[in-house]
Ligand binder design. Structure first.
Ligand SMILES: Nc1nc2c(ncn2[C@@H]2O[C@H](COP(=O)(O)OP(=O)(O)OP(=O)(O)O)[C@@H](O)[C@H]2O)c(=O)[nH]1
Ligand SMILES: [Mg+2]
Length: 243
Protein backbone atom coordinates (compact mmCIF):
# COMPACT_ATOMS: atom_id res chain seq x y z
CA UNK A 1 0.00 0.00 0.00
CA UNK A 2 1.22 3.49 -0.83
CA UNK A 3 1.84 5.79 2.08
CA UNK A 4 1.19 9.54 2.13
CA UNK A 5 2.00 12.32 4.54
CA UNK A 6 -0.34 15.24 5.21
CA UNK A 7 1.89 18.11 6.32
CA UNK A 8 0.14 20.70 8.48
CA UNK A 9 2.06 23.75 9.69
CA UNK A 10 0.47 25.17 12.80
CA UNK A 11 0.60 28.39 14.74
CA UNK A 12 -2.07 28.58 17.43
CA UNK A 13 -4.40 25.93 16.06
CA UNK A 14 -5.38 24.25 19.34
CA UNK A 15 -9.04 24.79 18.48
CA UNK A 16 -8.78 22.83 15.22
CA UNK A 17 -5.89 20.41 15.18
CA UNK A 18 -7.21 17.34 16.96
CA UNK A 19 -10.49 17.38 15.08
CA UNK A 20 -8.86 17.71 11.69
CA UNK A 21 -6.31 14.97 12.38
CA UNK A 22 -9.06 12.54 13.38
CA UNK A 23 -10.91 13.15 10.14
CA UNK A 24 -7.77 12.84 7.98
CA UNK A 25 -6.83 9.50 9.53
CA UNK A 26 -10.37 8.18 9.08
CA UNK A 27 -10.64 9.31 5.47
CA UNK A 28 -7.79 7.14 4.16
CA UNK A 29 -5.70 4.34 5.63
CA UNK A 30 -2.84 5.46 3.39
CA UNK A 31 -2.43 8.73 5.24
CA UNK A 32 -0.27 9.83 8.14
CA UNK A 33 -0.02 13.36 9.52
CA UNK A 34 2.99 15.55 10.25
CA UNK A 35 2.33 18.70 12.27
CA UNK A 36 5.04 21.38 12.13
CA UNK A 37 4.44 23.65 15.07
CA UNK A 38 6.28 26.90 15.72
CA UNK A 39 6.10 26.92 19.50
CA UNK A 40 2.45 28.05 19.48
CA UNK A 41 1.62 29.92 22.69
CA UNK A 42 -1.73 28.08 22.82
CA UNK A 43 0.13 24.76 23.25
CA UNK A 44 -0.88 23.16 19.95
CA UNK A 45 2.21 20.92 20.21
CA UNK A 46 1.11 19.53 23.55
CA UNK A 47 -2.11 18.26 21.99
CA UNK A 48 -0.08 16.46 19.32
CA UNK A 49 2.19 14.86 21.92
CA UNK A 50 -0.91 13.49 23.65
CA UNK A 51 -2.33 12.10 20.38
CA UNK A 52 1.05 10.53 19.56
CA UNK A 53 0.99 8.46 22.72
CA UNK A 54 -1.90 6.47 21.23
CA UNK A 55 -1.43 6.94 17.52
CA UNK A 56 1.75 6.27 15.56
CA UNK A 57 0.28 7.69 12.36
CA UNK A 58 0.72 11.17 13.81
CA UNK A 59 4.11 12.92 13.86
CA UNK A 60 5.37 16.18 15.25
CA UNK A 61 8.23 18.49 14.40
CA UNK A 62 8.68 21.68 16.36
CA UNK A 63 10.58 24.88 15.83
CA UNK A 64 11.52 27.42 18.49
CA UNK A 65 9.52 30.35 17.11
CA UNK A 66 7.17 31.48 14.32
CA UNK A 67 9.30 31.06 11.20
CA UNK A 68 6.68 31.12 8.46
CA UNK A 69 4.77 28.69 6.31
CA UNK A 70 7.37 28.33 3.54
CA UNK A 71 10.22 26.99 5.64
CA UNK A 72 7.77 24.78 7.55
CA UNK A 73 6.81 23.03 4.31
CA UNK A 74 10.43 22.70 3.22
CA UNK A 75 11.09 20.90 6.49
CA UNK A 76 8.01 18.74 5.97
CA UNK A 77 9.03 17.76 2.43
CA UNK A 78 12.49 16.73 3.64
CA UNK A 79 10.80 14.63 6.33
CA UNK A 80 8.57 12.95 3.74
CA UNK A 81 11.51 12.08 1.49
CA UNK A 82 13.67 10.84 4.35
CA UNK A 83 10.94 8.64 5.78
CA UNK A 84 9.92 6.95 2.55
CA UNK A 85 6.50 8.46 1.88
CA UNK A 86 5.16 8.02 -1.67
CA UNK A 87 3.35 11.35 -1.69
CA UNK A 88 2.75 14.38 0.50
CA UNK A 89 0.05 16.99 1.01
CA UNK A 90 0.16 20.65 1.92
CA UNK A 91 -2.86 21.46 4.04
CA UNK A 92 -4.07 24.12 6.50
CA UNK A 93 -5.19 23.24 10.01
CA UNK A 94 -8.17 25.56 10.09
CA UNK A 95 -10.74 23.53 8.06
CA UNK A 96 -10.47 25.88 5.06
CA UNK A 97 -9.37 22.70 3.29
CA UNK A 98 -11.89 19.89 3.69
CA UNK A 99 -10.18 16.58 4.53
CA UNK A 100 -13.05 14.73 2.85
CA UNK A 101 -11.54 15.86 -0.45
CA UNK A 102 -8.17 14.15 0.15
CA UNK A 103 -9.04 10.92 -1.75
CA UNK A 104 -9.87 12.98 -4.87
CA UNK A 105 -6.21 13.99 -4.98
CA UNK A 106 -4.84 10.53 -4.14
CA UNK A 107 -6.86 8.94 -6.97
CA UNK A 108 -5.04 11.08 -9.53
CA UNK A 109 -1.51 10.36 -8.31
CA UNK A 110 -0.63 7.72 -10.89
CA UNK A 111 -1.14 10.23 -13.69
CA UNK A 112 0.11 13.48 -12.14
CA UNK A 113 2.99 14.73 -10.01
CA UNK A 114 1.27 17.77 -8.56
CA UNK A 115 -2.44 17.97 -7.92
CA UNK A 116 -3.67 21.41 -6.93
CA UNK A 117 -6.91 21.97 -5.06
CA UNK A 118 -8.29 24.97 -6.88
CA UNK A 119 -10.80 27.62 -5.86
CA UNK A 120 -11.02 28.94 -9.39
CA UNK A 121 -11.51 26.07 -11.84
CA UNK A 122 -15.25 25.66 -11.48
CA UNK A 123 -16.39 29.24 -11.19
CA UNK A 124 -15.34 30.55 -7.78
CA UNK A 125 -15.71 28.12 -4.88
CA UNK A 126 -14.90 30.18 -1.81
CA UNK A 127 -17.29 30.36 1.13
CA UNK A 128 -17.47 33.22 3.66
CA UNK A 129 -14.73 35.50 2.42
CA UNK A 130 -15.42 39.23 2.41
CA UNK A 131 -15.74 40.48 -1.19
CA UNK A 132 -12.52 42.50 -0.83
CA UNK A 133 -10.43 39.46 0.04
CA UNK A 134 -12.04 37.33 -2.66
CA UNK A 135 -11.36 39.92 -5.36
CA UNK A 136 -7.79 40.40 -4.17
CA UNK A 137 -7.11 36.67 -4.26
CA UNK A 138 -8.85 36.09 -7.59
CA UNK A 139 -7.13 38.92 -9.44
CA UNK A 140 -3.79 38.13 -7.82
CA UNK A 141 -4.11 34.66 -9.35
CA UNK A 142 -5.05 36.05 -12.78
CA UNK A 143 -2.08 38.43 -12.59
CA UNK A 144 0.33 35.71 -11.45
CA UNK A 145 -0.84 33.38 -14.21
CA UNK A 146 -0.38 35.98 -16.94
CA UNK A 147 3.02 37.20 -15.75
CA UNK A 148 4.55 33.80 -14.98
CA UNK A 149 2.88 31.94 -17.84
CA UNK A 150 2.03 28.96 -15.62
CA UNK A 151 -1.27 27.51 -16.89
CA UNK A 152 -2.86 27.17 -13.44
CA UNK A 153 -5.86 29.15 -12.21
CA UNK A 154 -5.22 28.98 -8.49
CA UNK A 155 -1.51 29.62 -8.09
CA UNK A 156 -1.75 30.56 -4.42
CA UNK A 157 -3.65 27.48 -3.28
CA UNK A 158 -2.28 25.82 -0.18
CA UNK A 159 -4.11 22.52 -0.67
CA UNK A 160 -1.80 20.45 -2.83
CA UNK A 161 -0.58 16.90 -3.28
CA UNK A 162 2.95 16.14 -4.54
CA UNK A 163 4.24 12.82 -5.79
CA UNK A 164 7.53 11.72 -4.25
CA UNK A 165 9.10 12.40 -7.63
CA UNK A 166 7.97 16.04 -7.57
CA UNK A 167 9.30 16.52 -4.04
CA UNK A 168 12.64 15.03 -5.04
CA UNK A 169 13.09 17.03 -8.24
CA UNK A 170 12.70 20.50 -6.73
CA UNK A 171 15.59 22.14 -4.89
CA UNK A 172 13.61 23.39 -1.91
CA UNK A 173 16.70 24.74 -0.15
CA UNK A 174 16.81 27.58 -2.67
CA UNK A 175 13.35 28.81 -1.67
CA UNK A 176 13.38 32.09 0.21
CA UNK A 177 9.68 32.93 0.12
CA UNK A 178 6.75 32.54 2.43
CA UNK A 179 2.98 32.39 2.18
CA UNK A 180 1.54 33.06 -1.28
CA UNK A 181 5.02 33.40 -2.74
CA UNK A 182 5.88 29.91 -1.58
CA UNK A 183 2.76 28.50 -3.22
CA UNK A 184 3.47 30.20 -6.55
CA UNK A 185 7.14 29.24 -6.58
CA UNK A 186 6.42 25.60 -5.75
CA UNK A 187 4.00 25.26 -8.69
CA UNK A 188 6.46 27.11 -10.94
CA UNK A 189 9.25 24.71 -10.02
CA UNK A 190 7.26 21.53 -10.58
CA UNK A 191 6.00 22.94 -13.89
CA UNK A 192 9.51 23.88 -15.05
CA UNK A 193 10.74 20.42 -14.11
CA UNK A 194 8.44 19.18 -16.88
CA UNK A 195 6.23 17.22 -14.49
CA UNK A 196 2.48 16.74 -14.87
CA UNK A 197 0.15 19.18 -13.11
CA UNK A 198 -3.58 18.89 -12.52
CA UNK A 199 -6.06 21.29 -10.93
CA UNK A 200 -9.16 19.90 -9.30
CA UNK A 201 -12.01 21.92 -7.82
CA UNK A 202 -12.18 22.30 -4.04
CA UNK A 203 -14.56 24.25 -1.85
CA UNK A 204 -12.55 26.63 0.31
CA UNK A 205 -14.25 27.73 3.52
CA UNK A 206 -13.00 30.63 5.65
CA UNK A 207 -11.76 29.60 9.08
CA UNK A 208 -14.31 29.55 11.88
CA UNK A 209 -11.93 29.03 14.78
CA UNK A 210 -8.53 30.49 15.62
CA UNK A 211 -6.90 33.61 14.28
CA UNK A 212 -5.85 34.82 10.83
CA UNK A 213 -2.17 35.44 10.12
CA UNK A 214 -2.41 37.26 6.77
CA UNK A 215 -0.02 40.16 6.33
CA UNK A 216 0.78 42.90 3.81
CA UNK A 217 4.39 41.74 3.73
CA UNK A 218 3.35 38.37 2.32
CA UNK A 219 1.32 40.05 -0.45
CA UNK A 220 4.25 42.30 -1.49
CA UNK A 221 6.64 39.39 -1.40
CA UNK A 222 4.41 37.47 -3.82
CA UNK A 223 4.08 40.52 -6.11
CA UNK A 224 7.86 40.81 -6.53
CA UNK A 225 8.28 37.07 -6.83
CA UNK A 226 5.92 36.88 -9.81
CA UNK A 227 8.11 39.32 -11.77
CA UNK A 228 11.24 37.48 -10.71
CA UNK A 229 9.79 34.20 -11.99
CA UNK A 230 8.96 35.90 -15.29
CA UNK A 231 12.59 36.96 -15.66
CA UNK A 232 13.82 33.52 -14.61
CA UNK A 233 11.60 31.95 -17.27
CA UNK A 234 13.50 33.96 -19.85
CA UNK A 235 17.03 33.43 -18.50
CA UNK A 236 17.10 30.39 -16.21
CA UNK A 237 13.79 28.53 -15.92
CA UNK A 238 15.45 25.62 -14.13
CA UNK A 239 16.73 27.69 -11.21
CA UNK A 240 14.80 25.67 -8.61
CA UNK A 241 15.23 22.23 -10.12
CA UNK A 242 17.89 19.86 -8.83
CA UNK A 243 20.71 19.46 -11.31
N1 LIG B 1 4.39 26.43 11.62
C1 LIG B 1 3.80 27.54 11.17
N2 LIG B 1 2.53 27.49 10.73
C2 LIG B 1 1.95 28.63 10.29
C3 LIG B 1 2.62 29.87 10.26
N3 LIG B 1 1.78 30.81 9.76
C4 LIG B 1 0.62 30.17 9.48
N4 LIG B 1 0.71 28.86 9.80
C5 LIG B 1 -0.30 27.80 9.60
O1 LIG B 1 -0.50 27.72 8.21
C6 LIG B 1 -1.87 27.47 7.91
C7 LIG B 1 -2.44 28.60 7.07
O2 LIG B 1 -2.42 29.80 7.83
P1 LIG B 1 -3.70 30.75 8.00
O3 LIG B 1 -3.50 31.65 9.19
O4 LIG B 1 -4.94 29.92 8.01
O5 LIG B 1 -3.57 31.64 6.71
P2 LIG B 1 -4.71 32.01 5.71
O6 LIG B 1 -5.53 30.79 5.39
O7 LIG B 1 -4.05 32.76 4.60
O8 LIG B 1 -5.57 33.05 6.54
P3 LIG B 1 -6.87 32.80 7.49
O9 LIG B 1 -7.41 31.44 7.26
O10 LIG B 1 -7.81 33.89 7.13
O11 LIG B 1 -6.36 32.92 8.86
C8 LIG B 1 -2.56 27.27 9.25
O12 LIG B 1 -2.58 25.91 9.57
C9 LIG B 1 -1.66 28.07 10.21
O13 LIG B 1 -1.71 27.61 11.54
C10 LIG B 1 3.98 29.90 10.75
O14 LIG B 1 4.66 30.93 10.79
N5 LIG B 1 4.51 28.71 11.17
MG1 LIG C 1 -6.60 29.75 6.80
Amino acid sequence: MQKGLVIIPTYNEAANIEKIINIILAVSQKLEVLVIDDNSPDNTAKIIREIRKKNKRVHLETRPKKLGLGTAYVKGFAYALKNGYDFAFEMDADFSHDPIELPNFINLLGNYDLIIGSRYVQGISVVNWPMKRLLLSYFACVFARIVTGIPVRDLTSGFKCYSRNALARVDWRKFKVDGYGFQIQSVYSVYKAGLRLKEIPIIFVERRAGESKMSKRIIWEAWWLVWKLRLLSIFNGTRYIKK
